[in-house]
Write a protein that binds this ligand. Structure first.
Ligand code: PGA
Length: 252
């Protein structure tokens, strides 16, 4: 089945009030009317409202980079799904490797967040990926299988249709080293097969699996040209209008 490509920018802990709006407006001017590819940006939480405002009327959606799984209350520093929706976000990144490996989020916590996002109608971009030492030890598939089975535990077939999976090998994030198109394709095909055994082949065929890790304008077309690579989650190259536009244009 033809899956619509989905390119999302993860701004991480970068930008400012002024620059986040400038970046959003710059993107809207150049790719705001694109409808052959789904596009989203994920600014820091404090800039979500301004970026949502700047992108109003464009086809570029906005996502949060994280959220907590409780509705409200004494959770200092956290933001809820209601807040994320209130400012105008459609998506939330969950399970990013920096949340897993820097902030110590477990598969179980990520699973709780995925279930909460889905129940409140915020669409998860569910990230998974192996560390370099796990790949070198031949454990890539085992790690990904654990992240998928625990992270998606209890997600119904109906809800799974609203999840985007992002495969981001940790060794390729922010390093300038990308997985080769063949390496990405091999893992994506394995993931689709795994989703087929958890759910069914029809659903697995419909789920979008983004690749993330040093995607840029010069490698996007080849990576996203692989049969099971359905988009990109972009970090560094999402921070400049021209760099992000180049990626979108390369795969339109
Ligand atoms: P990168 O980050 O494109 O800078 O490698 C990707 C990501 O972490 O989502």
């Amino acid at each position: 089945m033809a899956r619509k490509l989905f390119v999302a920018g993860n701004w991480k802990m970068n930008t400012s009030v002024a620059y986040s709006v400038e970046l959003a407006k710059g993107l809207a001017a150049q790719i705001g009317a694109v409808d052959s590819v789904d596009i989203a940006v994920c600014p820091p939480a404090v800039y979500l409202a301004g970026v949502c405002e700047a992108l109003k009327g464009s086809n570029i959606a906005v996502g949060a980079q994280n959220m907590y799984f409780e509705d409200d209350g004494a959770f200092t520093g956290e933001i809820s799904t209601a807040m994320v929706k209130d400012v105008g976000c459609k998506y939330v990144i969950l399970g990013h490797s920096e949340r897993r490996h820097v902030m110590g989020e477990s598969d179980e916590m990520i699973n709780t967040k995925v279930l909460k996002a889905l129940s409140d109608d915020v669409l998860p971009m569910f990230c998974i990926g192996e560390l370099l030492q796990e790949r070198e030890a031949g454990k890539t598939n085992d790690v990904l299988r654990r992240q998928v089975t625990v992270g998606l535990e209890g997600v119904s077939r109906g809800d799974m249709q609203r999840v985007t999976v992002a495969y981001e090998p940790v060794w390729a994030i922010g390093t300038g080293v990308t997985a080769s198109p063949a390496q990405a394709q091999e893992v994506h095909a394995m993931l689709r097969e795994l989703l087929g055994t958890i759910y069914d082949a029809g659903l697995a065929d419909a789920i979008r699996i983004q690749y993330g890790g040093s995607v840029k304008g010069s490698n996007a077309a080849e990576l996203l040209g692989q049969p099971d690579v359905d988009g990109a989650l972009v970090g560094g190259a999402s921070l400049k209008v021209d760099d992000f536009v180049a990626i979108v244009k390369a795969v339109m």
